[in-house]
Ligand binder design. Structure first.
Ligand code: ADP
Length: 457
């Protein structure tokens, strides 16, 4: 990746450098050309007016040649050199492309490369006009070395190279920093996922890089926390069940041991057998409960249009003796019938579970314990509301109460009086979800809880 980025940077700089150098060279040579043409024209004009005074003409040509840092020649119309600022070609005949053009009355110029040196050669015709026609009487030829341009270009080239190298180093450093800031959270996440898959549920990534990666990291942390809670509840659940299964097993063991010792009277036998029967029934109930919990996910529904008011009345009737026995008053408010497509028995199970919890988690410190059951019909949805003034649930525990095995009360409280396995609400939630209904809870410790089932119309 880094090599590709570096190549892109190098390529971009070479391209920009080449374009820059070429345009610089063209511009410099063009400027030189304009300047030399100006000199050639001045020489041509001055020579024209001083053809008789060859000494002045020679001095003038040499002065301009020095000024322009170039070689200036004046030839006749056959290319024969009349004046040469270097004095070497005088009397020789020149026959180059520029002279040929100027004989025809045109100015010309060309850049030559002789022995790796750039030489700009240009010519202008010397013309006279007698009022009728313009006549070429001679030619001014200038050739100048463009080595200055080459030297300047080499300097520019080395400057561009320096800037490019510094930029390349800087961009590599920046790329490394940027790449690190992208890959670091990914590395942290991979490390976190490996931690979770090796069993460290609840592992949290501490550094949050913010932005979209930050969201991913927070989601990961939430997921990890949730997994850890599920695992914790699973352990508590297994612990509770094992604990409760052990009690009847110990009783049965003790009873069978007593029976196997000595001659026991038939009535005692009968009594012990009845006790063993009672214990096995308790175990059977618990195992059924376990089976239900395992089968939680496979709820199959028999849907029919049902009168929810009647369903509630029947469920309340069934649980009223248990509520009365526990001193909990039940109040059912329903002004009208509401109908919904549902599995009658499954929803009855939901209502019984919720009512059973409201009775079980009553607040014994309160003078009066009550449950208010209401149905409400709205425009888009109907609701069943079960409100109690029981023990309530701590706010921080509310998000977990539908999780399998979760119990909101502290261990001692539960061990002493309130037995349960943290499955009831999981069953409730599963049945409600299968119906595509919704269930929510509001609760305050020592004040009470309100469970609301929402039925879309
Ligand atoms: P269980 O009652 O067997 O423990 P549930 O799944 O029915 O299991 O309930 C989970 C936990 O939610 C209970 O342990 C209890 O702490 C709390 N809870 C449920 N309903 C109520 C309620 N009406 N009032 C107070 N706490 C409740």
């Amino acid at each position: 990746m880094l090599i590709i980025y570096s190549l892109i940077v190098i390529l971009s700089f070479s391209l920009i450098g080449t374009v820059l150098l070429n345009s610089y060279k063209t511009k410099r040579i063009k400027n030189q050309e304009i300047r030399l043409f100006q000199t050639a024209n001045i020489v041509a004009e001055t020579y024209k007016s001083n053809t008789q005074d060859i000494i002045f003409a020679r001095t003038m040509v040499k002065t301009y040649a020095k000024q322009a840092d170039a070689r200036i020649l004046v030839t006749d119309t056959n290319g024969k050199v009349l004046i040469d600022s270097y004095n070497t070609y005088i009397g020789d005949t020149l026959d180059n492309a520029e002279i040929k053009s100027s004989i025809k009355g045109e100015s010309a110029s060309k850049l030559y490369n002789v022995d790796t040196k750039d030489i700009l050669q240009l010519s202008v015709p010397i013309t006279t006009n007698n009022g009728i026609e313009t006549k070429v009487t001679g030619i001014v030829l200038i050739s100048a070395s463009m080595n200055m341009v080459k030297e300047d270009m080499n300097e520019l080239k080395s400057d561009i190279l320096k800037v490019s190298s510094i930029s390349l180093i800087l961009s590599i450093i920046l790329i490394l920093i940027a790449a690190n800031s992208i890959t670091r959270p990914l590395r942290d996440l991979t490390y976190g996922v490996n931690k979770i898959s090796s069993g460290a549920l609840g592992y949290q990534i501490e550094k949050n890089p913010g932005g979209e990666f930050g969201q991913l990291v927070s989601t990961f942390n939430k997921m990890s926390c949730k997994l850890s809670n599920i695992e914790k509840n699973r352990k508590i659940f297994i612990n509770n069940i094992s604990h409760e299964l052990r009690t009847p097993l110990t009783s049965i063991k003790a009873l069978t041991e007593s029976l196997s010792i000595g001659n026991t009277h038939l009535d005692t036998y009968k009594e012990y057998i009845m006790d063993i029967h009672g214990e096995t029934e308790r175990m059977e109930k618990m195992v059924n409960y376990l089976m239900n919990s395992i089968k939680l996910e496979d709820v199959t529904l028999e849907l029919k249009e049902e009168n929810i008011k009647i369903l509630l009345e029947n469920s309340i009737k069934l649980i009223t003796p248990y509520a009365e026995k526990n001193g909990v008053r039940m109040n059912f408010k329903a002004d009208h019938n509401i109908y919904a497509k549902c599995d009658y028995n499954k929803i009855k199970e939901v209502i019984l579970n919720l009512l059973d919890n409201s009775i079980k988690y009553k607040d014994p410190k309160k003078k009066e314990n009550y449950i208010i059951i209401t149905i409400q019909q709205g425009k888009d949805e109907s609701s069943i509301i079960i409100e109690d003034n029981g023990l309530g649930i701590e706010e921080k525990k509310l998000p977990y109460i539908f999780q399998r095995g979760f119990r909101a009360l502290d261990q001692d409280h539960q061990k002493d009086k309130l037995t349960g396995h943290g499955i009831g609400l999981t069953i409730v939630k599963n049945i409600i979800d299968e119906h595509k209904w919704a269930i929510s809870v509001e609760s305050s410790l020592r004040i009470g809880s309100t469970f609301t089932i929402t039925i879309p119309n």
